[in-house]
Design a binder for this molecule. Structure first.
Ligand code: ADP
Ligand code: MG
Length: 606
């Protein structure tokens, strides 16, 4: 309920502010703060949540400003419509830039967006007939609702109201499955694809939303003073927004409010030092990154750390019973839990296993043939192990099946349907879930959130937003289900911890839990016991057995021959990309070629 009270408080403060502000200048600063914060919120969603860099946000801001100003001034459109159109222009531009930039990451994305920002800036300067260039556009209508004297107050209320809406939108994104998924994309795109996310669409949409918010800020700017010139949209603007984002605290929903306030404070202080202003910005940014990289909000959180700790008990009490972990204790209680009534729904209602047929897969990397004509069938509800020494091509095989790598030739069928050319996220939605040899867990969020990443949405976006606004039970069913899966694996006591705080064996189980949450028909496990001790490995074997008993088909990649012999129905052996044997564990163990391949790497296989 705290959040809702916060919003109501914000409404009260915004309503009262023009009357309690000492003078008109403070109202002006309030306006500046409101629309700057809107742009920073947009940048924070893009950079802090989805991990995409933009050095072109000044460009979107400018498009919003010019779009609305030109339509309202030259074409005489009604103010409200012009403003909406201005936002739409920025949104569309954001979508286009987002699509064009899809192939780029990091530094290259920064450069591409920088170029966009410069193009807009230069167009604003040179296209004098349209924009007025450096001389500017005059007579842009102001948001005074026909009451000139009260104009600044009305403008402030509109800007503050829009800021509140933007903040609520941002809070929702941070708090919901949307934020979780954006974080997953930020940490690893290939991982995000394997949990069923259409990464290009997500990246484009968040880019467009972010650009739209920058455009909204620009629209407000244009109608604040009644005059805009191209001078306002230099690279300095983009850098200012970036600084505010970072200073405020990247990737925190309330960071932009701090960042925008600090930015305006700095800008007002150094306004007289125009020549060295940009340099000072740079120094401040550097200082922030060195001294408190979590930004202002990180600092505030640390100061009030103790208060927050007390509130962090969102997981129901039964999780607190906690087990010692993947230990003898967990093994002891295993039989009871097999018949326990409160098993995770995802486990209970597991979809029936699919039949996976892989025929003649060949995959080479620039000359190295990692797989040569490898075929394999996973029968429904069975465990098929793929074993072989290091470098045999096992991970490559999993990646080809999951759709992360494209094979040079060969076909993959799921229940008879050809899925060879389906992208990874479509395969995930058909019921292919996987774990990774080098674990893929999202570091910034709790274990429970990591497991929830695997759950498919059960509500429409509108229903979810509604539930979130009302508060209380938002995502309660998802949390309960994720918790039940963790309980099933005997690690519900770590639900609130972050992955980095877990022992390696527990992290492996969390990844398994997330894959179970996907309700897979086929589970692809890449070296699930590598790096685990015997007891932990036995626990994983137990879980794999239970999943199989519930009908899931499992393709298990292992390096460790001993481990797979106990739980596999079929075993395929790879050596240097070639299938050298296939059969039951007993048959494979007798195979002279297998013995030869394994004797050579005996130490490793142990
Ligand atoms: P395994 O999982 O059985 O240890 P991998 O599939 O990881 O084997 O590797 C098989 C071969 O392919 C190795 O020679 C490895 O060096 C090569 N390889 C794997 N992934 C890549 C890649 N992304 N780029 C180039 N070569 C790769
Ligand atoms: Mg491997």
């Amino acid at each position: 309920m705290n959040r809702q009270i916060g919003y109501l408080l914000a409404v009260a403060v915004a309503a009262a502010f023009p009357f309690i502000a000492p003078n008109a200048f403070f109202v002006h600063l309030g306006q500046l703060f409101a629309y700057t914060a809107i742009a920073v919120i947009g940048l924070n969603l893009l950079l802090g949540l989805s991990g995409q860099m933009s050095l072109g946000h000044g460009g979107f801001y400018a498009l919003g400003a010019y779009g609305s100003a030109i339509l309202a001034t030259s074409l005489g459109w009604p103010l409200g419509i012009s403003m909406l159109a201005g936002v739409a222009v920025a949104l569309l531009a954001g979508m286009l830039v987002g699509i064009i930039a899809l192939r780029t990451r990091g530094l290259y994305l920064a450069m591409a967006t920088l170029a966009f920002g410069f193009i807009v800036e230069i167009a604003a300067q040179r296209w004098v007939g349209l924009t007025g260039g450096t001389m500017g556009l005059f007579g842009v209508p102001q948001l005074d609702f026909g009451d000139f004297a009260r104009g600044p107050t009305y403008f402030f209320w509109v800007a503050a109201g829009l800021l509140l809406l933007a903040q609520i939108l941002s809070d929702y994104i941070f708090d919901s499955s949307l934020g979780r998924r954006l974080r997953a994309i930020k940490e690893s795109e290939s991982f995000a694809r394997t949990i069923g996310l259409n990464v290009p669409v997500w990246r484009t949409v968040i880019f467009a939303v972010s650009a739209g918010l920058a455009g909204l800020a620009g629209v407000l700017f244009a109608h604040q003073s009644g005059f805009i010139s191209s001078d306002a949209f230099s690279i300095r603007l983009t850098i200012g927004l970036l600084i505010a984002t970072v200073i405020g605290g990247l990737g925190r929903s309330y960071g932009p409010l701090f960042g925008a306030a600090i930015l305006i404070g700095i800008a007002e202080t150094i306004a007289s030092l125009h020549q060295i202003g940009l340099m000072l910005y740079g120094l401040i940014l550097l200082a922030v990154l060195l001294v408190f990289p979590e930004g202002a909000i990180g600092l505030v959180e640390r100061l009030f750390g103790r208060m927050r700790m007390g509130k962090q008990t969102m997981v129901p009490a039964r999780a607190e019973q906690g087990r010692a972990g993947v230990t003898a204790q967990a093994l002891d209680t295993a039989p009871d839990r097999r018949t326990a009534p409160d098993l995770a729904p995802a486990v209970e209602t597991a979809r029936t296993g699919g039949r996976l047929e892989i025929e003649n897969i060949t995959k080479s990397y620039a000359g190295v043939v990692a797989l040569r004509d490898v075929s394999l069938v996973v029968e429904p509800g069975s465990v098929h192990a793929l074993i072989g020494p290091n470098g045999a091509g096992k991970s490559t095989f999993i990646n080809v099946v999951a759709g992360l790598y494209r094979a040079n030739s060969g076909t993959i069928r799921l229940d008879g349907a050809d899925i060879t050319s389906l992208p990874a996220h479509r395969r995930a939605r058909l019921g292919l879930a996987r774990t990774f040899q080098n674990l893929q867990l999202i570091q910034g969020v709790s274990v429970l959130d990591n497991v929830m990443l695997g759950l498919a949405p059960t509500r429409s976006l509108a229903a979810d937003l509604g539930a979130w606004l009302i508060g209380g039970t938002h995502e309660a069913p998802e949390q309960a289900e994720a918790l039940a899966i963790l309980e099933f694996l005997g690690i519900s006591h770590v639900a609130n911890l972050h992955p980095k705080d877990l022992a390696y064996g527990h992290r492996k189980l969390v990844e398994l839990a997330r894959a179970i949450a996907q309700r897979p028909r086929i589970m692809l496990l890449d070296e699930p016991v590598a790096g685990l001790n015997t007891q932990e490995a036995r626990e994983i074997a137990r879980v794999v057995g239970l999943l199989r008993d519930r009908g899931t088909s499992i393709l298990l990649v292992e390096h460790n021959m001993e481990f797979v012999m106990g739980i596999s129905d079929q075993v395929t052996v790879l050596d240097f990309g070639n299938r050298i044997a296939v059969g039951t564990p007993a048959e494979v163990q007798r195979n002279p070629e297998v013995i030869r391949a394994y004797l050579g790497v005996h130490e490793e296989a142990a």
